[in-house]
Design a protein around this ligand. Structure first.
Ligand code: CA
Ligand code: CA
Length: 593
C-alpha cells in the first residue's frame, strides 16, 4: 500500500529575552510534511533470487543456516557463532564442524524473553533483553554456564526494544533506544548509550540524544567509537538521514530536537524547562560524521579485521540496513561498507551487498524484498555473516571461494533430494491423527498444544540398520521449513506414539534441531493468512547407523544420509491457521527494528 500521510506541524519561533525560560513572543505557522507509507511485500528467498544478489567482484554469497527470526550475531574465538532470536527469545549456538561454509549444529543455549543483544568477551557471554543484562561463563563445548543477572532495571522498551551491548577495556556499553519516534523522554537513560562495570555496577550515561543506536563498535586502528543512529520517522522521504556518529563520552547527539547536521525537528521543540532555544540546543549537540539515505534502518555493525577479504577492506566497517517501511522509493535492504582512512576516520558509505529489494517483485506489482537484514558479524576465517530476520536465513559472504555450500541446492523436501535418491524400496507411512492429504487436527499445531501426532510405517527392508524421520513444510517462504528430524531410530521400530518428548535422546534415537533452533517436534505454524500448507512426514531406511553431533540440523543429516538411503516413504498432512481461533495466544513479531 502506498498511502501518503500528511502531518500538520506547528512551527514555533521563540525569542528569548535573556531571562532563562521566559518566552516573550511566539509566532506560529502551519506547515505540512508529506510522508509515504510504503511497506514492501515479503517474497520467497529462492535460489534464483539469492544468485541475483550483487556483490563486488570476487565475493560470493550462500546460506549458512536456516533459523527462525535471527537477529544479532556474536562470533566466539573458536569459530562458534551465536545468534539471538528475539521471538521466540532464544540464543542459539551454530557450528560449521566440517568447514563447508554451512552450519551443521544448531543448539539453543539460553532462553530469555525478548533476548536481543549478544557479546563475547574474556570467555564470557553477555546477553541483553529489554530491561536486563546477563552474563554466563562459556564452556568448551560452546554451551553456557548459569546466566547471572547483572542489571535488571533498564528502562522499558517502548518502540525500540532492541538493546545491544559490547565490552571494551573492562567496561560494558549498553545501547538504550528511545521509547518513541520523537518525544520528551522522562527517564534520562532512554535514548542513550550507558556504561557500567562488568558486574553491572556503577552504571552511568556515556552519551545521550541517540534515538536508537543498535550497531556500534570501535575502529581497530584509531580506537574511536562509532555508532549508527536511526533517524526520526514522519519527516518525509528525505529526512531524517541515518547518522554515523563518533561517540565520545558525555556528548549529546541531538535527538529529539535536532537531527542530522543541526536541523531542527519541526515536531519537537526543546522543552521549556530547559530554558534553551532550539538553536542553543543545536550548538550543544554533536553533528554526525557521515549521513546515509533516510529510513534505511541501520542494524548491527562490524569492523573487518580478518584476512579473507582483499586488503583494501581491512579495518573498514559493514552495516546491515534492514530497510524502510515509509519511503518512496524504498531504501536499505542491503549491507553497506563504511570506508575509513588510514588514521581510522570514516570517509564514505558505499554499497556492498544489494539486491534483496526487488522492484515490482510482488505478485501485485508492489516492491518486494526477500530479506530484511539485521545481524552482521565477521567469522574467524574472515567471511561475513548476515541475518535475515524475516525469511529466517543466515547468509555467509566469502571472497575467492569456489565452493557453493550444499545447503544452496537443498530447496526441496528431503524425499526429492539427490542425497536420498539411492532408495529402491517403498515405505508406507501413515498417522492415526489424519488421513494422507487430510487436515491435521489443531492440537498438533504450534498455535495450540504443539504435540507430535502418532506415526507408523511398514515396508522397511530387512537389511536396514537405522531409520530417519524428517517432517518438512515446502509451502513456506523458506523451502522447506524443518519441523522435526530424528535419526538412528531402530529398524525394528514400526511407529512413534503421540506426543514424543522434545529431548535430544529418544530411546536409541537422536532428535535434531528444527527451524526454531530447538530440539524435537515443532508443530505446523503457517502464517494466518496463508492457504493450507502441506507437512511431509518422511521416513527413510538407511544401511547404517549415523554418527551425528548433539544439536545436528537438517544440513548435517542430509550430508550423513547421502548414498545410504535404501527405502523411503511419506504421508502428508495439511494445516491452515483459521483466523477465528484464539485458544492459544499468538505471538506477533514486533515490526520494530
Ligand atoms: Ca558444515
Ligand atoms: Ca543526531
Amino acid at each position: 500500500m502506498k498511502n501518503k500521510f500528511l502531518i500538520g506541524v506547528v512551527l514555533s519561533l521563540s525569542f528569548l529575552l535573556g531571562i532563562q525560560g521566559i518566552s516573550a513572543q511566539k509566532t506560529r505557522e502551519q506547515r505540512t510534511i508529506t510522508g509515504n507509507y510504503n511497506d514492501t511485500a515479503t517474497i520467497a528467498p529462492t535460489i534464483a533470487r539469492i544468485k541475483s544478489l550483487k556483490l563486488p567482484a570476487g565475493f560470493s554469497i550462500a546460506k549458512f543456516a536456516e533459523i527462525e527470526n535471527p537477529r544479532m550475531l556474536a562470533a566466539a574465538p573458536d569459530g562458534t557463532i551465536y545468534v539471538s532470536q528475539r521471538e521466540p527469545g532464544t540464543l542459539t549456538m551454530l557450528k560449521d564442524t566440517n568447514g563447508d561454509g554451512a552450519a551443521d549444529v544448531q543448539k539453543v543455549v539460553a532462553e530469555k524473553k525478548q533476548l536481543h543483544g549478544v557479546y563475547i568477551a574474556g570467555g564470557k557471554m553477555y546477553i541483553a533483553t529489554v530491561k536486563e543484562v546477563f552474563v554466563a561463563d562459556m564452556k568448551s563445548d560452546g554451551t553456557l554456564g548459569e546466566l547471572r543477572t547483572i542489571i535488571s532495571d533498564l528502562p522499558d522498551g517502548g518502540q525500540h526494544p532492541n538493546r545491544t551491548l559490547a565490552v571494551k577495556d573492562g567496561k560494558l556499553y549498553i545501547t538504550v533506544g528511545s521509547t518513541c519516534n520523537a518525544c520528551d523522554e522522562t527517564n534520562s537513560e532512554l535514548a542513550t548509550i550507558l556504561t557500567a562495570d562488568l558486574n553491572g555496577q556503577n552504571r552511568k550515561i556515556y552519551a545521550s540524544g541517540l534515538r536508537n543506536t543498535i550497531g556500534f563498535g570501535w575502529h581497530p586502528v584509531s580506537q574511536k567509537m562509532f555508532g549508527m543512529d536511526h533517524g526520526i520517522d514522519l519527516l518525509g522521504d528525505n529526512d531524517q538521514e541515518e547518522e554515523l556518529n563518533e561517540i565520545t563520552e558525555g556528548a549529546k547527539y541531538g535527538w529529539a530536537y535536532v537531527y542530522a547536521n543541526a536541523k531542527l525537528n519541526p515536531h519537537n521543540f526543546v522543552p521549556k524547562p530547559l530554558g534553551l532555544t532550539n538553536e542553543d540546543w543545536a550548538k550543544q549537540n554533536k553533528n554526525p560524521t557521515l549521513l546515509y539515505t533516510p529510513h534505511a534502518a541501520p542494524m548491527q555493525m562490524a569492523f573487518n579485521t580478518g584476512a579473507m577479504f582483499p586488503a583494501e577492506y581491512k579495518n573498514d566497517a559493514f552495516v546491515a540496513m534492514r530497510g524502510s517501511w515509509n519511503r518512496i522509493p524504498p531504501s536499505g535492504y542491503e549491507v553497506v561498507r563504511i570506508r575509513f582512512d588510514s588514521a581510522g576516520n570514516p570517509t564514505k558509505f558505499e554499497p556492498f551487498l544489494t539486491g534483496f529489494l526487488v522492484k515490482g517483485g510482488a505478485p501485485d506489482g508492489k516492491d518486494a524484498h526477500f530479506a530484511r537484514v539485521a545481524g552482521l558479524a565477521m567469522m574467524r576465517d574472515g567471511s561475513m555473516l548476515v541475518t535475515d530476520d524475516t525469511n529466517n536465513i543466515i547468509y555467509r559472504v566469502s571472497y575467492n571461494s569456489n565452493q557453493m555450500p550444499p545447503i544452496m541446492s537443498r530447496d526441496n523436501i528431503s524425499m526429492m533430494m539427490p542425497e536420498t535418491a539411492t532408495a529402491r524400496g517403498q515405505i508406507t507411512v501413515k498417522s492415526s491423527a489424519f488421513a494422507n492429504m487430510g487436515m491435521i487436527p489443531d492440537k498438533f499445531s504450534d498455535y495450540f498444544q504443539g504435540i507430535s501426532p502418532q506415526i507408523s510405517w511398514a515396508g522397511v527392508p530387512r537389511e536396514a540398520k537405522s531409520l530417519v524421520l524428517m517432517m518438512e513444510d515446502p509451502d513456506a517462504n523458506l523451502k522447506p521449513v524443518t519441523h522435526w528430524i530424528m535419526a538412528n531410530i531402530s529398524p525394528n521400530v514400526t511407529g512413534l506414539p503421540e506426543n514424543v518428548m522434545k529431548t535430544e535422546r529418544y530411546g536409541e534415537a537422536m532428535q535434531g534441531a528444527n527451524i526454531t533452533g530447538k530440539t524435537g517436534y515443532y508443530g505446523p505454524k503457517p502464517p494466518p493468512a496463508d492457504k493450507p500448507h502441506a507437512y511431509h512426514f518422511q521416513i527413510f531406511a538407511l544401511d547404517k547407523k549415523l554418527d551425528l553431533p548433539s544439536g545436528f540440523n537438517r544440513q548435517a543429516l542430509l550430508d550423513a544420509m547421502k548414498n545410504h538411503v535404501i527405502a523411503k516413504g511419506e504421508t502428508v498432512g495439511m494445516y491452515q491457521r483459521k483466523p477465528d481461533k484464539r485458544e492459544k495466544q499468538e505471538v506477533v513479531p514486533p515490526r520494530g527494528k
